[in-house]
Design a protein around this ligand. Structure first.
Ligand SMILES: Cc1cc2nc3c(=O)[nH]c(=O)nc-3n(C[C@H](O)[C@H](O)[C@H](O)COP(=O)(O)OP(=O)(O)OC[C@H]3O[C@@H](n4cnc5c(N)ncnc54)[C@H](O)[C@@H]3O)c2cc1C
Ligand code: FES
Ligand code: FES
Length: 485
């Protein structure tokens, strides 16, 4: 087993051997690593929790098909928050910072040049992060729409410029024919990426053990041997324990390199999404058949976070405000759990057993999430109530499903997040509605039943009274959106 990681930085392969002399640990973030170098100080720390985007860098890795296979001749570039990425997660990838964008003869990259020409920067603190977010747009979405530009920079906070010149800069720089004439180094980088073996890595320091297995078999054996080890999907949740909680995480199993967990498998009756599929890929996969989940993922965190955060991680947090959970429940989804002893499927309805508690056994991993395709006529909607549209934590959220038979409720699912210690269905209200006419008077009566289903708490995001009122109002909104009369 290897103890070193390899990745590409400044156009060459860089190795890190973790030892006390270089002051690096397996939970050192990429941001803190880069800030040690005089030639990589463009990356900035604003918040160290994924909210400001000042630390945005790009990662390049061989593009993958949905079936999991690697596309041979293309690098997929992603903007990510370097403050939330642990160093070993770089293994086998290209790390690109603001300093790497200009050409060898010092010419600014088109996105940099455009920011200059459009006056997109004032104090400049946020500028490198914004440029790196635009770099992904330039590479991956030539000719972006206004919505795509806005989406690309939702994870970047700028306090002084105002977004109009930034949006103009993105629009000018990224409007091109899809061929990158500026950067001609890609074929060489692809060959270098291919030369890095996807082998298992174990980093052992005095206080920490960090496993980065290469196969699913190894993951399951490690989970059996170290049931208390922290599993890392994208680490967007776990990394905060280090950057904000200053915790020493002693045992980690990083599953971000496991190809088997990144597969999306579609049949005529269901869509199975591997637990390691990142939210931006989930968003693409569900657009056609699961629009309510797609809509929820449009307001999930930011592009940088969605580029690394996984669906398995959203379930793994078992957070009562995990945004994917109510709408997954509304679709009647199942969780596939796997251990060395095999696989089992559990309905999401039964999965959560208490505050951050689930049916998952310590030696089990979330392997995939299975969404059944909905019969004709079933309507599913999702709602997120938060103080801002983008990059905000839900005060409450909901996923509702309705099947009517001649105007009468045949079946209904009303799943709420942020109203109890787990994502939970309003089963008393559901039972009241079943068999009744789907009309305003009945729904208004049902709105009063929600009191019997939930006793929400007050916290910084909203009072108990607000939550209850919003939960009721979402129900009447759902009625209005589904009322065909
Ligand atoms: C700035 C910011 C904004 C955010 N916005 C949102 C938002 O809008 N909505 C929202 O719901 N969340 C949000 N989050 C929270 C977080 O990004 C999501 O919950 C995300 O889906 C976590 O995925 P991950 O892969 O990064 O999880 P990780 O941090 O890797 O893991 C989270 C937990 O799940 C466990 N885990 C991960 N994968 C597995 C697996 N396969 N099997 C078993 N356990 C596993 C881990 O051990 C850990 O306990 C935000 C976070 C940040 C930092
Ligand atoms: S420092 Fe703010 S997102 Fe990383
Ligand atoms: S230019 Fe000052 S914060 Fe953006």
């Amino acid at each position: 087993m290897n103890s070193k990681i390899s990745f590409i930085l400044d156009g060459k392969i860089t190795y890190i051997d973790f030892n006390p002399a270089n002051g690096l640990t397996p939970t050192t973030t990429v941001l803190n690593y880069l800030r040690k170098f005089p030639n990589h100080k463009g990356v900035k720390e604003g918040c160290a929790e994924g909210d400001c985007g000042a630390c945005t860098v790009a990662l390049g890795e061989p593009a993958r098909h949905r079936s999991g296979g690697v596309e041979n001749d293309r690098i997929r570039y992603k903007a990510v928050d370097s403050c939330l990425i642990f160093l070993p997660m770089l293994h086998g990838k290209q790390l690109i910072t603001i300093e790497n964008l200009k050409s060898a003869d010092g010419k600014l990259h088109p996105v940099q040049q455009s920011m200059v020409e459009e006056y997109g920067s004032q104090c400049g603190f946020c500028t490198p992060g914004i440029v790196m977010a635009m770099f992904e747009l330039y590479k991956e979405h030539p000719n972006p729409s206004r919505a795509q530009i806005d989406d690309a920079i939702t994870g970047n906070l700028c306090r002084c410029t105002g977004y109009r010149p930034i949006v103009d800069a993105a629009s000018h720089a990224c409007t091109h024919n899809g061929v990158d004439h500026f950067n001609t180094d890609e074929p060489r980088i692809i060959e270098m990426l291919k030369s890095i073996p996807s082998e298992s890595i174990l980093i052992k320091t005095k206080n920490q053990q960090y496993f980065r297995p290469a196969t699913m078999e190894e993951v399951l054996l490690l989970k059996q041997k170290y049931p208390d080890a922290i599993v890392l999907g994208g680490a967007t949740d776990v990394a905060l324990r280090v950057t904000k909680g200053h915790e020493l995480l002693t045992e980690l199993i990083d599953i971000s390199g496991i190809a088997d967990l990144k597969i999306v498998n579609e049949t005529h009756s269901e869509l199975a999404i591997g637990a390691g599929v990142v939210m931006n890929e989930v968003r693409k996969s569900v657009e056609k058949n699961f629009p309510a989940l797609h809509q929820m993922l449009n307001v999930f965190a930011s592009n940088q976070i969605r580029n690394v955060a996984t669906l398995g991680g959203n379930l793994g947090t078992a957070s009562p405000i995990g945004d994917a959970l109510p709408v997954l429940m509304a679709y009647g989804s199942k969780v596939e759990l796997q251990s060395v002893n095999g696989k089992r499927e559990v309905s999401l309805n039964d999965y959560f057993t208490g505050y951050r508690k689930t049916l998952r056994k310590p030696d089990e991993l979330i392997a995939s999430i299975i969404l059944p395709k909905q019969p004709n006529g079933v309507i599913v909607k999702s709602y997120k109530v938060s103080k801002r549209k983008d990059l905000d934590i839900s005060t409450l959220s909901a996923g509702f499903s309705l099947d009517l038979d001649k105007g009468v409720v045949k079946s209904i699912i009303l799943a709420y997040g942020g109203m109890a210690v787990t994502t939970k269905r309003a089963s008393i209200t559901e039972n009241f509605l079943i068999g009744k006419l789907w009309e305003r008077e009945t729904v208004e009566e049902a709105m009063q039943m929600i009191d019997k289903d939930f006793t929400p708490i007050s916290d910084v995001r909203g009072s108990a009274e607000f939550r209850m009122a919003a939960a009721r109002n979402l129900l009447i909104k759902f009625w209005q959106e589904t009322n065909t009369k």
